[in-house]
Design a protein around this ligand. Structure first.
Ligand SMILES: Nc1ncnc2[nH]cnc12
Ligand SMILES: [Zn+2]
Length: 331
C-alpha cells in the first residue's frame, strides 16, 4: 500500500508554507540572519512540539517563523517543502501564507512574494510541479488590518489564486470579515476559509453564506449539525481535511477516532492534506498512510480522494486534465 500511496498523484490543497519550516532549516536560517532561537538543538525544537490545542500550536508557529526575513529565506522555505513533497508523489501544492505575521515583524510583502514566486517557478521547471498561492488573513487580528493588506497587495492580485482565513478560530467568526471577502470577490479573487476546525458548525455556514467560499478548510465539526451536512453534500462543498493535524491539535484524541469515515459515509467531498507538516509529524504521504492504518481504506477510496483534490484545485484546464490522466494511469 505504501508504494501505491506514494505513486498516487496527490494534490495538496491545504498547506501553510510557514508550517513546513523544519527545525533543521529553522536553525540554518537563524544562523544566516543572526536570530537567536529559544532552543539549543534541532531535537529540543522537535520535543517542544506538544500541543494542547490550536492556540498553543500557533504560539510556536509564529515564533518559528521569526527566522524568515529575506526573499531568499522564503524561497528556501518553499523549495525545501516542494522537494520533500515531490519525493512523496505530490504533484500540485496550494500554499497558504500569512502576510500579517510577517508585516508585524517588519518584513515587507515584497520579500515574501518575491521569494515564493521564485520558488514556484523553480518547482515547475525542475520538479514538474504546479502550485497555487492563497493569501490568508489572520482572523484574530482586526478586519481593518486584513482590508489594508488586501489593498496593499494590489501589485500581486493577479498572482493570488485565492484569499483564505486562518489562525485562532474560536471567538473570530467569518462574519467579522464580510467586507474583506466582498472586496476580494469584487476583484475576482476566489475565497476559502478555515471553519469548523475548533469553531462551531455555525462558522461553516457563515463562511459559505457570508464569505462565499468555494472550499472549507477542515470543516470536521460539521457533523454536529445534520442539516449542515446535508447542505454540504447537496452543494458538493469540498472540505480540505488534515487528519494528523487534528490529532496533534487534539481536535480528536487519536486517528481511529477521526470522523473521516463518517464524513465520507455522509457523501461529502473530501481531500487529505498536511496543514503544517513540520509541526504535526508528517507530510502528505504520512497522512494518507495514517488513514490506511486507522480505517483500512482500499485503493479505490484513496483514488476517489485524490480525484476530488484534482477536481477542486486551482488549476488550468490543461493541467487538470494532465493530472486526471496521471491518476487514471496510477489506478
Ligand atoms: N491548523 C491551523 N488552523 C488555523 N490557522 C492555522 N495557521 C497555521 N495552521 C493553522
Ligand atoms: Zn490550516
Amino acid at each position: 500500500m505504501r508504494d501505491f500511496l506514494k505513486r498516487l498523484p496527490k494534490a495538496e490543497l491545504h498547506l501553510h508554507i510557514e508550517g513546513s519550516l523544519e527545525p533543521e532549516l529553522m536553525f540554518a536560517l537563524a544562523r544566516r540572519n543572526g536570530v537567536t532561537l529559544p532552543y539549543d538543538s534541532v531535537e529540543a525544537v522537535r520535543s517542544a512540539y506538544e500541543f494542547d490545542d490550536l492556540t498553543s500550536f500557533l504560539e510556536l508557529y509564529y515564533q518559528g517563523m521569526s527566522v524568515l526575513r529575506t526573499a531568499e529565506d522564503f524561497h528556501d522555505l518553499a523549495m525545501d517543502y516542494f522537494r520533500r513533497a515531490h519525493g512523496e508523489g505530490v504533484v500540485h501544492v496550494e500554499m497558504h501564507f500569512d502576510p500579517q505575521a510577517h508585516l508585524a515583524r517588519g518584513i515587507e510583502l515584497d520579500a515574501v512574494m518575491e521569494g515564493l514566486s521564485l520558488a514556484r517557478r523553480e518547482a515547475e521547471r525542475e520538479l514538474g510541479m504546479s502550485t497555487a498561492l492563497i493569501m490568508a488573513f489572520l482572523r484574530d487580528r482586526p478586519a481593518e488590518e486584513a482590508m489594508k493588506v488586501l489593498e496593499s497587495a494590489a501589485p500581486y492580485w493577479e498572482m493570488l489564486d485565492a484569499v483564505g482565513l486562518d489562525s485562532a478560530e474560536r471567538g473570530h467568526p467569518p462574519s467579522k470579515f464580510i467586507e474583506v471577502f466582498q472586496r476580494a470577490r469584487m476583484l475576482g479573487i476566489p475565497r476559502v476559509a478555515h471553519a469548523g476546525e475548533e469553531g462551531p458548525p455555525e462558522y461553516i455556514r457563515e463562511a459559505l453564506d457570508l464569505l462565499d467560499v468555494c472550499r472549507i478548510d477542515h470543516g470536521v465539526r460539521c457533523l454536529e449539525n445534520p442539516e449542515l451536512v446535508a447542505r454540504l453534500r447537496d452543494e458538493g462543498v469540498v472540505l480540505t481535511v488534515c487528519p494528523l493535524s487534528n490529532v496533534r491539535l487534539k481536535v480528536v484524541e487519536r486517528m481511529t477516532d477521526h470522523p473521516l469515515p463518517q464524513l465520507l459515509g455522509a457523501g461529502l467531498r473530501l481531500t487529505l492534506n498536511s496543514d503544517d507538516p513540520a509541526y504535526f509529524g508528517g507530510g502528505m504521504l504520512d497522512n494518507f498512510l495514517a488513514c490506511h492504518e486507522a480505517f483500512g481504506w482500499s485503493r479505490e477510496t484513496f483514488i476517489q480522494l485524490a480525484g476530488t483534490a484534482i477536481e477542486s484545485a486551482f488549476l488550468s484546464d490543461k493541467r487538470r486534465l494532465e493530472l486526471h490522466r496521471q491518476l487514471a494511469d496510477c489506478a
